[in-house]
Design a protein around this ligand. Structure first.
Ligand SMILES: [Zn+2]
Ligand SMILES: [Zn+2]
Length: 351
């Protein structure tokens, strides 16, 4: 028996997993999530089987649970900031060795042949699939991943600390790139949760002046501790005109103020996958003077590799609040309240 066959033979056949049973408010009378027993997934050709050590709790999981993003298959298991250990490989799969620690992100698969995939923009692939939306994710004990879409995790990060890097970190990095911050420029961050506090560190480490806008008093304080130049309410005027801004909150009402706070020629990047309606804009106050408004859609694998290398070199420190696996719904309610210091992470296997 090969080492692989022996290891796979010792795996359990059943596992615990959360699933979205009835999408609806996480703080309503009936939780949309349910903890169930499911079969351990089998890795297909090109897929790796991962025993999960930790999984971050992302705002997108809240959108999937509450129905803002309709589930792509019934009873999907959410979670796409997964750190785990390789315990099996499907046929024709050899990128990772058994026992290696890898990360499973949001972007699960792209077609590789469409015009977006062929021009370095696989994040726009119309056939793309996502972990914890199209396919079962990380609020579980095991998950499979197409080997080409997983990442090696730098050793300096323990699994709980590494988890938020995989979506909050990578998406924040792409948003930061899309926001075109000039060297030594000013950057506004609207909403200050898992993604923003990592992006703030990347920006401040490169000599960019960061201004934080968020309703949470603790989050404002946390921004200042990380080295932000100022912190204020989400709808406040900025103390200085901003070259660039990134919006992490899913609140369209904030957009006019964000545009008004931009300097001439500035760029606002909307980082969320879901945004409530943007109110009517005034051309003179919000758009004129060559202001740029862009959204950010997912990320490419190249963004992910660049970000993880940078996070390792700059010694980025995601702040985490660990939760027991059995308390995933409680963690999501906490995320909804919005006044989090860093990111919530479910502890699943032993590290
Ligand atoms: Zn494609
Ligand atoms: Zn996410």
């Amino acid at each position: 028996m090969t080492e692989q066959a022996e290891m796979m033979a010792h795996l359990p056949t059943q596992m615990k997993a959360w699933q979205v049973t009835t999408p609806g408010p996480i703080d309503g009378p009936q939780s949309p999530l349910e903890l169930v027993t499911k079969p351990v997934p089998q890795p297909g050709p090109g897929e790796t089987l991962v025993r999960i050590l930790a999984c971050g709790v992302c705002h997108t999981d809240l959108h999937v649970s509450e129905g803002d993003l309709p589930v792509h298959h019934a009873h999907v298991t959410p979670g796409h900031e997964i750190i785990g250990e390789v315990v099996g490989n499907g046929p024709q799969t050899n990128r990772f060795k058994l026992g290696e620690r890898i990360g499973v992100p949001w972007l699960r698969w792209t077609c590789g042949v469409c015009r977006y995939c062929r021009s370095g923009r696989e994040n726009l692939c119309p056939h793309s699939l996502y972990t914890g939306w199209d396919h079962d994710g990380g609020y579980a004990q095991y998950v499979t991943v197409p080997e080409g879409f997983a990442y090696r995790i730098p050793e300096r990060f323990d699994s709980v600390t590494a988890a938020p890097l995989l979506c909050a970190g990578i998406i924040g990095y792409r948003a930061f790139e899309r926001a075109n911050v000039p060297a030594g420029g000013t950057l506004g961050l609207y909403g200050f949760g898992g993604s923003a506090h990592i992006t703030a560190q990347i920006a401040i480490d490169q000599g960019i002046q960061v201004h934080v806008f968020t309703r949470g008093k603790d989050a404002q304080k946390f921004g200042l501790q990380l080295g932000a130049a100022s912190a204020q309410g989400a709808y406040d005027p900025s103390p200085v005109k901003l070259d660039s801004a990134i919006m992490f909150a899913p609140v369209g009402d904030m957009v006019p103020n964000e545009l008004a706070n931009l300097a001439k020629g500035g760029t606002l990047a909307l980082a969320g996958i879901h945004l409530s309606d943007i109110p009517a804009l005034n051309y003179q106050d919000h758009i004129f003077h060559e202001k740029n408004l862009t959204s950010v859609e997912s990320n490419t694998r190249r963004d992910g590799e660049e970000f993880l290398t940078l996070a390792d070199r700059l010694d980025i420190h995601p702040a985490t609040t660990p939760y027991a696996f059995e308390k995933a719904d409680e963690a999501l309610r906490f995320v909804k309240q919005g006044d989090i210091k860093g990111a919530c992470v479910l502890r699943i296997g032993e590290d």
